[in-house]
Design a binder for this molecule. Structure first.
Ligand code: AMP
Length: 191
């Protein structure tokens, strides 16, 4: 069983790469952003709550996010490994994930970051916003707020995983295929 955390700033390409990697390595792809958007579409209580934060480019509170993620993992008891995309985003989430996996005699195998320059990413997100329909991709102020949330709350996770010897990074600029190849090299080295 391998459990990978795909790490990177908004727009770094986590979702795109996860689509390829989940098939290649037979992993269950869990994107907390996608799960929130699914709930917003379905107008569930969780969706209504998440929307109030997402629309401002803020993180959804830890308690809600952690509970949701754990229940998604529990819904996939036969999984041969998880690919976490957009989770964890805070130290509390990372600690909760470690404790949750440990309770199942499991662990994070590695965290792999997609590295890219902020200015390139902001342009990429605004471009994506033209077709994605995502309100948080269409407004530069919201995008900047997401980066601020990332720098304050998510960036410290790099040291958290480095402290566990579980942090690696790849250059996130290039063609989709090139980046998949870089990520695959890291994942292959874990097996
Ligand atoms: P993403 O699709 O990963 O870019 O996430 C879109 C938005 O969903 C984020 O800006 C947050 O508002 C929310 N979100 C997704 N994942 C998390 C998480 N792990 N913790 C808190 N909020 C999250």
């Amino acid at each position: 069983m391998i459990n990978i955390v795909l790490f990177g700033k908004p727009g770094a390409g986590k979702g795109t790469q996860a689509e390829f990697l989940k098939t290649k390595y037979n992993l269950t792809h869990l994107s907390t952003g996608d799960i929130f958007r699914y709930n917003i579409k379905g107008n569930t209580d969780l969706g209504k709550l998440a929307k109030t934060f997402m629309d401002k480019g803020e993180l959804v509170p830890d308690e809600v996010t952690i509970k949701m993620l754990e229940s998604e993992c529990n819904n996939n008891p036969d999984s041969s490994g998880f690919l976490f995309d957009g989770f964890p985003r805070t130290i509390s989430q990372a600690e909760a994930l470690d404790a949750f996996l440990e309770s199942k005699n499991d662990t994070i195998t590695a965290t792999v970051a997609l590295e890219a320059d902020d200015e390139i990413l902001v342009k990429r997100l605004l471009e994506r916003g033209k077709t994605s329909g995502r309100p948080d991709d269409q407004d530069e102020e919201k995008i900047r707020n997401r980066y601020q949330e990332y720098n304050e709350k998510t960036a410290p996770l790099m040291d958290y995983y480095k402290g566990q010897n579980k942090f690696q990074s790849v250059n996130g600029i290039g063609s989709i295929a090139e980046i998949t190849e870089r990520l695959s090299m890291v994942i292959n080295s874990l097996k």
